[in-house]
Design a binder for this molecule. Structure first.
Ligand SMILES: *Cc1c(COP(=O)(O)O)cnc(C)c1O
Length: 379
């Protein structure tokens, strides 16, 4: 089955009890046992809930994994994955990682003795050079946020195998529709399902997927112990969102490509970052490991003043944090998604005042371009 079919036919799309063609919301915190020594499949809903179970099975199958886990947010999923490690362990993390991931590592997990090095993982030699005696894992985003840099998934997988390290990929920007890291030898996939998987700016949710039974047992233990689980209503909305993932992703990409090409022609625009452009340094590598380019386009204006004016004058995209929704969202990484990064680190990562990130929604691309043209021309 192709991924477009799998999205709708995962084996968990109907309710096994009634045959309802959408999974019901089991709004229950506990489940009655048949007798004292006969516990059922479900007991207490932190440990498991049928609505959540259906979602977890769906994301596992879409990512090509065996076990999925649903969390209260992308950060809850990512933080729960970090709970696999112990004081004294060291992680190698890509340098332009999501701001919240940077914050949780440098301001919370550091308190518990988890040591981190941030490196440009697009250069595998830099990644290899950062590995220490106590390194336990490599953590990356490809394309990265917000500069859409591409890291070689197969290269990272073989480096990690050689050194006995776990590999973790935040697959939020691509979704399993375009890219499936587990199939390329990586160990753990994390998602902010708030973004493309949910797709409608109406929930905060996170997911993790693995294919190794021991790793699955450990994450299940953390999910149940730490307890940052996703509630049944949000599980339902997320499953509803996933049903249209294929058509949304195709359309986001078509719009993003049109906007990126148009931006390249504009005199006020200094640089355009979109992996679908043949000029993008990671274009060929990305094409090898993913089947599409996604809907996020970042670009640099000639000056920070011009960037701020564009952000203030556009009318169709919402000026907001977040991405991956049906409506276009425009953001200013400097003060929004990456505000939690110290200025000198941000500067080094290229997240400066001239940079804009646009999540291209499902509007007619011609209207988006006209809106951007108006915002630029009135400067
Ligand atoms: C938004 C985002 C997160 C955090 O997810 P939340 O659902 O907001 O907690 C993590 N990684 C990436 C790439 C994101 O865009």
């Amino acid at each position: 089955m192709k991924i477009g079919t799998k999205i709708l036919h995962t084996g968990k799309e109907t309710d096994p009890v009634t045959g309802a063609v959408s999974v019901p919301i089991y709004q229950a915190s506990t489940f009655k046992q048949a007798s004292l020594d006969k516990p059922g499949e479900y007991d207490y809903a932190r440990s498991g809930n049928p609505t959540r179970g259906a979602l977890e099975e769906i994301i596992a199958r879409l990512e090509g994994g065996t076990h999925g886990f649903a969390f209260a947010s992308g950060m809850a999923a990512i933080s729960s994955i970090f709970l696999l490690f112990s004081a004294g362990d060291h992680l190698v993390v890509c340098s332009d990682v999501y701001g919240g991931t940077y914050r949780v590592l440098t301001r919370l997990f550091n308190r518990f003795g988890l040591d981190v090095s941030f490196v440009d993982t697009t250069d595998l030699q830099q990644a290899a050079g950062a590995i220490k005696e106590n390194t336990r894992a490599l953590y990356l985003e490809t394309p990265s946020n917000p500069l859409l840099k591409i890291t070689d998934l197969a290269g990272v997988a073989s480096l990690a195998k050689e050194k006995g390290l776990l590999t973790i990929v935040d697959n939020t920007f691509m979704t399993p529709y375009w890219q499936r890291p587990l199939e390329q030898g990586l160990d753990i996939v994390a998602h902010s399902a708030t973004k493309y998987l949910g797709g409608h700016s109406d929930i905060i949710a996170g997911l993790a997927v693995v294919k190794d039974p021991n790793l699955a047992r450990e994450i299940k233990f953390i999910q149940n112990s730490f307890g940052a689980v996703l509630g049944p209503q949000d599980c339902y909305l997320l499953m509803r969102g996933i049903k249209t993932l294929k058509v949304r992703m195709e359309q986001h990409q078509q719009g993003a490509m049109a906007v990126a090409r148009w931006l390249q022609e504009q005199p006020g625009v200094k640089e355009v970052y979109y992996p679908g452009l043949p000029e993008h340094p990671g274009h060929m590598l990305h094409k090898k490991q993913a089947s599409g380019f996604g809907g996020i386009v970042s670009f640099r204006m000639e000056t920070p003043e011009l960037a701020r004016q564009v952000l203030e004058r556009v009318q169709i995209p919402a000026l907001a944090v977040s991405l991956g929704a049906v409506e276009s969202i425009i953001s200013y990484p400097l003060t929004m998604s990456h505000a939690a990064m110290p200025p000198e680190i941000r500067q080094k990562a290229g997240i400066t005042g001239d940079l804009i990130r646009l999540s291209v929604g499902l509007e007619d691309p011609g209207d988006l371009i006209a809106d951007l043209a108006h915002a630029m021309s009135s400067i």
